[in-house]
Design a binder for this molecule. Structure first.
Ligand code: SAM
Length: 331
């Protein structure tokens, strides 16, 4: 990864040398000595004004630094977090008497090379690229990390997850994975036009919800109205082929029917932009459904909009949307 420090100014060389010394000096003779070593490492990095200025907190630079000093990015990140949380080591709670205990209370580097790069800690779930281990290529495919995070936060192994707009099957593949953070879940998956044999053919507009036992999570990733009209099938009941009014009515029906069949309903949907006006489908559902909700932003990459469209927007002094909404309801 290219970092702001690719050319290595003199101060960076000093930082690397001193961090190396700290690491080699952080002997393992006692737990306390190890703690003190990592604290010193965090302090050296955090208090370096050049490093702060050059990296603006960019963890990619931690990775570069980690490599240079022979540590994982996670360790360097933990050391920094450790110092920031407890700048005065004498104020460290007495039960935090080992590095393991200290790191258990710290966030990992979430998405920048940490042990769970897919995990998101904030209300914005952004992913540079989709995790290609899950799902087959499909129009409208979402990054599987969305399902991984949903499963992590809202389900546990053995829970049932149902997906009514299965597409390329990412939900099924994530649920079948071995990692207990997001896998080992039961999954029932449907689609009007299945892309795989392990997805059951079902048209929710024509037939309502299919049969399944009460689910922990009902996941809905319908077409974002007519956004990809030509890419999905020609059926009149394909959600991409409905009028706007019908689309909202059908979506509302599926969500409210889902309330009786699951603990949590999750809907991911992007707004439609027409003549610079935004049709905010998520907001429409918030108003129609009328029960408390949570809203997570899932940004697209900027390639979502073609070059000409961007140029035109600039000419017209208009801005373009760049995020989907992930809505959660607890009926
Ligand atoms: C946005 S895609 C889902 C993509 C999927 N989450 C993935 O990551 O691959 C929407 C899917 O909804 C399906 N669909 C559209 N209308 C439907 C209907 N009436 N009943 C069931 N599925 C429908 C489409 O065939 C399409 O596969």
């Amino acid at each position: 990864m290219k970092t702001a420090l690719a050319t290595e100014p003199e101060w960076y060389g000093y930082l690397v040398d001193e961090c190396r010394e700290i690491i080699s000096g952080a002997n393992h003779t006692s737990r306390r000595a190890l703690l003190e070593g990592y604290h010193r490492l965090g302090k050296r990095i955090v208090t370096d004004p050049n490093f702060r200025k050059a990296t603006k907190g960019n963890l990619g630079s931690f990775q570069g630094l980690g490599k240079k000093i022979g540590c994982s990015v996670q360790t360097v990140y933990y050391a920094v977090q450790f110092f920031e949380k407890y700048p005065d080591l004498s104020k460290l709670p007495p039960d935090m008497d080992s590095w393991r205990k200290v790191t258990q209370g710290l966030p990992d580097s979430g998405g920048m090379g940490g042990e769970k790069p897919w995990l998101r800690y904030y209300q914005v779930w952004n992913f540079q690229e989709a995790d290609k281990r899950f799902g087959v290529t499909h129009p409208g495919q979402i990054p599987a990390q969305v399902i991984m995070n949903l499963n992590y936060y809202y389900t546990k192994p053995g829970d049932l997850v149902v997906d009514l707009f299965g597409g390329g099957g990412s939900t099924l593949d994530v649920c079948l994975a071995k990692d207990p953070d997001f896998g080992g879940r039961e999954c029932r998956i449907f689609d009007i036009d299945p892309a795989r044999e392990d997805i059951t053919r079902w048209d929710v507009v024509k037939s309502g919800l299919p049969k399944f036992p009460h689910a922990r999570l009902l996941f809905l990733d319908p077409p974002y109205w007519k956004q990809k009209k030509g890419d999905y099938g020609p059926d009149k009941t394909n959600m991409a082929n409905l009028t706007l009014g019908e689309f909202h009515d059908e979506l509302e029906k599926v969500i409210t029917a889902g309330f009786h069949r699951s603990d949590i309903v999750a809907l991911i949907i992007g707004p439609t932009q027409e003549n610079w006006e935004l049709i905010d489908h998520a907001a429409e559902m918030i108003v129609r459904i009328g029960v408390p909700w949570k809203r997570i932003q899932v940004p697209y990459s900027t390639q979502q909009h073609g070059g000409n469209y961007v140029l035109n927007a600039q000419k017209e002094k208009q801005w373009l949307y760049l995020a989907r909404d992930l809505m959660l309801w607890w009926p």
